[in-house]
Structure formats: C-alpha cells, structure tokens
Write a new protein. Structure first.
Length: 136
C-alpha cells in the first residue's frame, strides 16, 4: 500500500494545562511510531478564537500535525484517542495526497493544452501604431 499524507488538527479546551496537551501529543506520537508511520510536523498554534461556539466554548487551543502513513488503521486509532480525551473539543483529519495529485494532474493538463495551441502575437494598440508611423 502506498504512503499517504495527512493533516490532523485538533482543538483542546482553552483552560487545559499545557502539560496535559503535551501528554496527549506524546500519546499520539507513540501510536504513530507503533504503526511505523512518520510524524513530519507538530505545531502548537496556541489559544485562538473559534468561528462559532463548540460545546459552549468561544476559544480553543489548536494543535496541528502532519503525518505520513500507509496504514488506515492508524487514523482510526488516533481519532479514537482524540474522541475519548476529555480535553479535546473537536478534531479533523484531512488526506492531502489526493489533493496534491489532483493539482498536479490539472497543471499537466493546462501545460499540454497551452503547448497544443500556438500563442497569438499581441497586437499593438491602434493609437500607438499611428504615433509610431507619424514619427517614423
């Protein structure tokens, strides 16, 4: 099975101590290492205002992770751990490699189309040609 690229973002309660958030990140990292996946990036974005209320909260502590895995079971396990955690308010996992493939395919198609039809020479505006003829 091929390796896939995922974004995982989760939001914790704003009153959660940072040590507890670090423990949660460590448990997720441990689960990722067990399945021989690669954790490429972990960013703690800090407390931010939410666009709408989630569980009566207006703010949340955001954590962003990028990982590569060939096991679909890993994502199920990570989401299960996030679901049972009391600190986590919301989470989202997005598969990125499909979108990257789609963008590459579109750009190749555009390049082929551009190579097929010849570029028309840009015609100079009429006023500029008349001035050049009058001066020359």
């Amino acid at each position: 099975m091929e390796e896939r690229l995922y974004d995982l973002i989760f939001i914790c309660r704003p009153d959660t101590p940072e040590t507890e958030i670090d423990k949660l990140i460590a448990t997720l990292e441990h689960a990722i290492q067990e399945k021989q996946a690669k954790l490429e990036k972990v960013e703690k974005w800090g407390t931010r205002r939410l666009a709408y209320r989630v569980r009566k909260l207006r703010e949340g502590f955001f954590v962003y992770m990028v990982l590569r895995s060939s096991h679909g079971e890993l994502l199920k396990e990570l989401e299960r751990r996030l679901r049972v955690s009391d600190a986590v308010v919301k989470y989202l996992t997005v598969r990125l490699d499909e979108e990257i493939k789609r963008q590459e395919k579109l750009s190749k198609r555009r390049e082929k189309r551009a190579a097929r039809r010849p570029r028309k020479p840009v015609a100079a505006p009429a006023a500029a040609t008349e001035q050049a003829a009058a001066q020359g």
